[in-house]
Ligand binder design. Structure first.
Ligand SMILES: Cc1ncc(COP(=O)(O)O)c(C=O)c1O
Length: 443
């Protein structure tokens, strides 16, 4: 048995893969067995190379194996690999917290400053703590009735129960309907100005019971890279301020320049009351963070009973903190946002071209993300469970790229510093793969 076959056999005997019907996986999937990764490339155990169009679940904004990150991790391992933040602290976490506050979206008013950081261990828990903070904040402000949340249709905020409750994709919520808390979901229409009036009326009516509005600013990732106009975000901020409802920006996906500026909130010039981070934040070490304003933080001081009784074993882990600091240093010193900005027009042009292909319904691009919705003829095959995106994925694999669809939406999410020839190759593979998949369907 080859080395590869042995790994696949062990995998199929024991691993339960995420978001996967395991019966079909075990019968039919011939997985890429990744052995190494560098820059925009994944390399399998037999030396075949694939451009990582998915950024390994939107993490690799600096590509894989950036030498500075590898060095920073090794150095940190040699000195302090783990210690808790339970009444102790350490340099990587303390310096990281200060650096994050310095670069977070800033307003002109003191109340518009994100000054405190709560560390968590992934994107979902950065949301989970935001939910708990919001509820306890209002209790300690003497407004315990403010405990409901408002989120957008199509939202995805992670997999813990609080995050699932905020999720606006019915398919993900349905199995857990008996467990999730009540959340008002509002539509995000194409003509946001038409719906905003209705939303405004709704928030006004519900404000007395609303703890927070939670949203993915500008791009809703998991629902299919759906883009929301900046004016929608700006108006939402104004609405929350007017009715004293907290605004939580989930920048787990959109942060770190994915949509152009460091924060998607900058498209609308707004400052949220809480900013949730994950994914690219600490590159290849799982880590999350929730930044909050001084107003929120100070509601938890004064007596022991007011503390936030929440924490994770690995929150502020020194390895993650050291990596997250090095990520920020690389962004500054290697002008990563500028690199993304220089490459974004190439992504936009490629998706514009893709939009001309028969069978492609619509395309969109912003910063270093581009997406195309494919026409799926049968109503019951549309949405997340559609097979068509997987056909594109299969075609891409034959041509040397790893693409992971969101149902009938295909997208790329390459490193911001990807080499131009790699980017062009990835976009060409995507185009050819879409054409081939549509042709195989007779579309
Ligand atoms: C916007 C957003 N929030 C939260 C999460 C959850 O992050 P994690 O998978 O690290 O828990 C995701 C994951 O895709 C996401 O896209």
């Amino acid at each position: 048995m080859s080395h590869r076959d042995e790994i696949v056999q062990l995998d199929k005997a024991h691993i339960w893969h995420p978001y996967t019907e395991m019966g079909a996986y075990i019968r039919r999937t011939d997985p890429i067995v990744v052995a190494r990764a560098q820059g925009a490339w994944l390399e399998d155990i037999d030396g075949h190379r694939y451009l990582d169009g998915n950024g390994s679940w939107w993490v690799a904004s600096l590509g894989h194996g950036h030498p500075r990150l590898v060095r920073a991790l090794k150095q940190q391992v040699d000195t302090l690999a783990h210690c808790s933040l339970g009444g102790m602290t350490h340099e990587p976490a303390a310096r990281l917290a200060a650096e994050l506050c310095a670069i977070a979206p800033q307003g002109t008013e003191a109340r518009d400053r994100l000054t405190r950081v709560f560390f968590t261990d992934n994107g979902s828990t950065s949301i989970e703590v935001a939910v708990k903070m919001a509820v306890q904040f209002w209790q300690q402000q003497g407004a315990p009735q403010k405990k409901r949340f408002l989120a957008l249709d199509g939202a995805f905020h992670g997999e813990t129960l609080g995050a699932t409750s905020l999720g606006g994709v019915e398919l993900f919520r349905r199995p857990f309907a008996s467990l999730v808390f009540d959340c008002i979901h509002v539509p995000v229409p194409d003509r946001y100005d038409l719906a905003f009036e209705a939303l405004s009326t709704l928030v006004e009516k519900e404000a007395d019971g609303l703890a927070a509005v939670v949203l993915e600013p500008i791009v809703q990732g998991a629902v299919g890279m759906r883009m929301v106009p900046p004016a929608y975000l700006a108006q939402m901020r104004a609405l929350c301020t007017r009715h004293d409802v907290l605004l939580v920006a989930d920048e787990v996906f959109t942060g770190y320049g994915r949509t152009g500026p460091m924060w998607a909130c900058e498209h609308a010039g707004i400052v949220p009351d809480m900013l949730c981070l994950g994914k690219a934040f600490a590159s290849f070490v799982p880590m999350g963070a929730t930044l909050v304003t001084e107003r929120i933080f100070s509601a938890f001081t004064g007596s022991r009973s007011r503390s936030l009784l929440y924490g994770h074993t690995f929150c502020g882990n020194p390895l993650g903190a050291a990596l997250a600091r090095e990520v920020l240093a690389i962004y500054r010193e290697e002008h990563v946002l500028e690199q993304g900005e220089a490459r974004a027009p190439t992504v936009a042009r490629a998706f514009e071209e893709l939009g001309k292909v028969d069978g492609v319904l619509r395309t969109r691009a912003l910063g270093m993300v581009g997406a195309a919705d494919l026409a799926v003829p049968l109503e019951n095959e549309r949405g997340y469970l559609s097979e068509l995106g997987w056909k594109v994925s299969d075609e891409a694999r034959k041509r040397g790229a790893y693409l992971r669809p969101l149902g009938s939406t295909v997208y790329v999410c390459p490193p911001l510093n990807i080499a131009m020839p790699d980017l062009e190759q990835l976009l060409a593979i995507l185009h050819e793969s879409v054409v081939a998949a549509l042709a195989s369907e007779g579309l």
